[in-house]
Write a protein that binds this ligand. Structure first.
Ligand code: ATP
Ligand code: MG
Length: 377
């Protein structure tokens, strides 16, 4: 067990690192952030920050010496660096888990090997997208195998023109081609697991994406109790099989034929878990602290139905701070801003939540507040 008062290291200095650091500090830990770029959201609240690249082994070893345990808010770190860290201190999740989740092809392979269902897919060898598309069938989506998120590095293929364009765009890049899934909704489940194997599964979040970026998360998800139980069991089985220590978010498609397919595995806090800060008995960030430090895990109940809305940089028109009055004036709404320096389009600047006795009321209010922010009403 790593008791309060010790130092927890975090790989990555973005919004998730900031929210993690705040949760860790609330429990009396020191937080040391490792992040290549200065001036990020987590560094602003951390007790200490190291600025060095993720392949600087000397800097990583010095960081490890200061930390009783290290975790991550970002998984795309070279595996050699992760192994060096794991040799020098406790690293949760392990290099093996992070290595699998860093790359779509390895992740799909692991899922298949362990009999967890996912969309039909094929690897595009040497950038030969056409051959992979022919194997999978159309419509489908081409995704770069590593280092992309928020739908970047993805393209839907419907007709021959798309295929031609994709051939040029993805030439020479390792890709996975996935059959297009007609889903009734997208869901995610966050699981916490300790080194001793204690597991707690958060309630399902129903996620609405706009232009491939998470827009709304609705908790509890509007699915039957049977589907919720099946998804939670699936996520728990995956976390157990993977042997992850810390958090694992399992992104799911619930198809219009009523089948659950795994989309992605994310071994860290997840944007769709932000509702838990205001609406959960324990936030996902506090749960990550508990899991990586070997503390008892917290209860995962929903205190009140909650909808979370992401705030992207696009709202800062001409760089101007949006007018937050409507959100701040709403008694059951909470605003969270991450202290990003620059409001770039598509960048996650913050989020807000709305709570209500039922999700439909919370969702209607969330939509209304979002429209007000965007100046649509
Ligand atoms: N095979 C598919 N069929 C239908 N929709 C898809 C498919 N793959 C991806 N999408 C849509 O694009 C979104 C982003 O895809 P995915 O999760 O693979 O990308 P990502 O870049 O890792 O995004 P993130 O970082 O937000 O999780 C999905 O949540 C879904 O809405
Ligand atoms: Mg995803």
């Amino acid at each position: 067990m790593t008791p309060p008062g010790q130092t927890i290291g975090v790989l990555g200095g973005g919004p998730l690192g900031r929210l993690f650091a705040q949760a860790a500090q609330n429990l009396g830990y020191r937080v040391h952030v490792f992040e290549p770029q200065a001036g990020g959201p987590a560094g602003a609240v951390a007790n200490e920050e190291t600025h060095a690249s993720y392949d600087n082994l000397a800097a990583l070893r010095a960081f490890a010496r200061d930390c009783a345990v290290v975790t991550c808010e970002f998984e795309n770190i070279p595996v050699d660096s992760l192994r060096a860290l794991a040799a020098a201190t406790r690293l949760h999740p392990s290099p093996d888990v992070l290595h699998i989740c860093q790359n779509r092809q390895r992740e799909k392979h692991w899922l298949g090997q362990n009999k967890f269902s996912h969309a039909v897919c094929a690897e595009a060898l040497d950038g030969d997208v056409a051959a992979a598309v022919a194997r999978v069938g159309r419509p489908c989506v081409v995704k770069t195998a590593d280092f992309d998120h928020d739908g970047r590095g993805q393209m839907k293929i419907t007709d021959d023109t798309d295929l031609e364009q994709a051939g040029a765009i993805f030439r020479g890049r390792r890709c996975v081609v996935e059959r297009w899934v007609d889903f009734a909704c997208e869901l995610s489940v966050i699981v916490a697991r300790t080194e001793r194997g204690e597991i707690r599964v958060f309630p399902l979040s129903e996620n609405i994406h706009t232009r491939n970026i998470l827009d709304f998360s609705i908790v509890p998800a509007r699915v039957s109790a049977a589907v919720a139980a099946e998804a939670q069991q699936l996520a728990s089985d995956i976390a157990q099989k993977l042997g992850v220590v810390g958090l694992l978010a399992v992104e799911l498609f619930f198809t219009d034929r009523g089948v659950l397919l795994v989309n992605e595995l994310v071994p860290r806090p997840h944007n769709s878990g932000h509702w838990s800060i205001d609406g959960g008995e324990t936030s996902q960030f506090e749960q990550q602290v508990r899991a990586v430090c070997g503390l008892p895990l917290g209860p995962v109940g929903v205190r009140e139905p909650t909808v979370m809305v992401n705030l992207l940089g696009d709202l800062w028109r001409g760089g101007r701070e949006p007018d937050w009055t409507a959100i701040l004036a709403e008694p059951k709404s909470k605003l969270h801003l991450y202290g990003q320096r620059e409001p770039r389009p598509g960048r996650k600047m913050g989020h807000f939540t709305v709570r209500a006795p039922d999700v439909e009321t919370a969702l209607a209010k969330a939509r209304e507040l979002k429209a007000k922010l965007a100046g649509e009403v």
